[in-house]
Design a protein around this ligand. Sequence first.
Ligand SMILES: *[C@@H]1O[C@H](CO)[C@@H](O)[C@H](O)[C@H]1NC(C)=O
Ligand SMILES: *[C@@H]1O[C@H](CO)[C@@H](O)[C@H](O)[C@H]1NC(C)=O
Ligand SMILES: *[C@@H]1O[C@H](CO)[C@@H](O)[C@H](O)[C@H]1NC(C)=O
Ligand SMILES: *[C@@H]1O[C@H](CO)[C@@H](O)[C@H](O)[C@H]1NC(C)=O
Length: 527
Amino acid sequence: MNLLIILLLVLSISNTSGFNYLVVSPAFGHSHSTFMGKLADSLTEAGHNVTVLSIIISSKFRNISYTKSTKDIVVVETTTEQDQLTENMENDDFARYWTQEGTMLETIPSYLMFLKMAEDGYKTFRDHALPQMDYLKNNRPQYDAVFFESFFFMGKAIQEYLEIPVFLPVTSITHDYRFAELIGEPVSPSYLSGYFTNFGNIMNFQERLTNTISYYLGQILIAFPNWKTLQDPSKDLLVESEYHRAPYVFINSNPYIDFPRPLLSKTIEIGGITVDVKKLKSEKVDEKWDNILKKRPHNVLISFGSMFKSIYMPDFYKENMVKVMKSFKNVSFIWKYESEETSFANGAENIIFSKWVPQTALLADSRLSAFFTHGGLGSVNELSYLGKPALLCPLFADQIRNSKMLTRHNGSIEISKFNLENYNTLRSALHSILFAESYSENAEKLAKKLEYQPTKPKELFVRHAEFAARFGEQPAQDSNLRTMGFAAYYLLDVIAFLTSFVLLVIFVVFIMIRQIVKLLTIKSKRD
Ligand SMILES: *[C@@H]1O[C@H](CO)[C@@H](O)[C@H](O)[C@H]1NC(C)=O
Ligand SMILES: *[C@@H]1O[C@H](CO)[C@@H](O)[C@H](O)[C@H]1NC(C)=O
Ligand SMILES: *[C@@H]1O[C@H](CO)[C@@H](O)[C@H](O)[C@H]1NC(C)=O
Ligand SMILES: *[C@@H]1O[C@H](CO)[C@@H](O)[C@H](O)[C@H]1NC(C)=O
C-alpha cells in the first residue's frame, strides 16, 4: 500500500516536472549530429519529452541516428539538390586543404558553399516539409523550448512556425563570434580570433591585423539570411535582431580545456558533454581489435576524421608517413583509410589500414599509446577526457585553433601538415609523443581535472534547459553591449573629449606663460 503511494507520488512528480523539447538536428557531418543527439539524450535521460527533428541535408547521412535514448525522431528530407554539393565539398573542396595553407582567402569558398547548402536546404524544406510540421503541431504536445545550431537558421523558422515560446541556440564548435556578438558578448578582434584566422588567444601585431580585417570581411561575406518565414512568404525571418532573446546559448567549449576569454552569464559552456568516460571505459574492443592491440607493445591510432579523407593526401605525404612508421618496429599504427588500395605501404607489417575504426573504444583502451589526429573538436574532447597524448595535424578552420588550445596543456604536439613529408620532423614528433613520459603524464593530468570538474557539462546543460523552459526569456540578462555604437564601445567619444580637454588646458597654460614671459621681458627692457 505504502509502496504504491510512493510509486504514484514518484510518477506524478516526474510527470509534472517534465518539459517538452524539440531538438532540430541537421544530419550533416558527424560532429554536428553527434552533438545534437547527445543534447537530446541528456534531456530524455533527465525525464523530459524530447522530439528530434532530423533534417537530412545529404543522403549520405540518411541512415545515421546519433541519439541513443531518444525514441521520438521525425525525419525530414531536403536532399534533392544537396547531394552533389556534399559530394563536391568532401572530394574537391576539402581535399585541397592537404596542400593549401588554409588562409582566409582560401577558406572563404568553403564557408560560402556551406551557406548555400543551408539556403538551398531551407528552400526545399519550405516546399516539402510543411505537412510534416503540421503533423508535429497536431500530434505532439506544445513544446516548451527548441534547440538548434546557431548557424542553422532554419531552426528559428521552425520555432516561429510551431509557436514555441523559447529558443536555445547551440554551437557545436568552441565559439561562433558573429553569433556571440548578436547577444552582446565581447568579441573584440584584439583578443578573440575569428573563423578565418584561428590564431589562438595570443596574437602578434600581424595576426591582430589579419584578424581585424577578417572580422570586418566576415561581416560582409557571411551575411545573415534574407529569408521569409515558413508561415508567411511575405514576412522576413528575423535572425540578427532576434537572437538576443534566447535566455541561454550553449557552446561546445570547456573552460578547463579552452583559452580563457570573457563570456556572458547566459553563455553556458558544455564542451565535453559528448564524452561519457565511464561508459567508454566499460566498453571493450572486439576480438579483431584486441588481437591488433596486443600484437606490439605500443599502438597509435591515425584518423583525420570523416570529412578529410586520407586517400586524398598527396603521395609524398603518404610515402614519408609509411617510411617513418616502418622505423618504429615495436609500434602498431592503426590508420583510418578510406580505400583498400594501399600498395604504397607494401611491406609495412606494422600498419593496419581500416575503413572504419572504433575510435572511442580504442581511445579508452589502455593499450593505445597515442592518437594522431586532425584536431576536430569531437576528437580533441575525446582524447582530453580519456587522457591520451596526441600528435595534432590540423588541416583547416577550427582544427587549427583546437590544436593550439590543446597543446597548451603539454600533453600533445602540433605538427604542420607540410611536415608530413619531412622524415626527421615527423619521426621526432612521433618519438616524443610515444616515449617522452611528460606527454602522457600531462594528458592524464588534464583528464583528471575534467573528471573532477565542479559541475559536469551534462548537468549544466540539463539544469539550464529546464530553467529556460520554466521561466522563458530573460530580458534582464540581455547585455546592452549589443546596442552600443562603435564610438561608445571603444570609448572614442570619451577619448576625444578628454584629449580636447587636455589640449585646451595645455593651450591655455601656453598662452598664459607666453603672456607672462612677454610682460617680464617688457619690464626688464624698461628697467
Ligand atoms: C509527452 O509526449 C506525449 C506524446 O508524444 C504526450 O502524450 C505526453 O502528454 C507528453 N508529456 C508531457 C509531460 O507533456
Ligand atoms: C539506408 O537504409 C535503407 C534501408 O533501411 C537502405 O535501403 C539504403 O541503401 C541505406 N542508405 C544508405 C545511404 O546507406
Ligand atoms: C620501442 O622502441 C623504442 C625505440 O624506437 C624504445 O625507446 C622503446 O623502449 C621500445 N619499447 C619497448 C616496449 O620495447
Ligand atoms: C606547459 O609548459 C609550459 C612550459 O614549460 C608551462 O609554462 C605551462 O604552465 C605548462 N602548462 C600546463 C597547463 O601545465
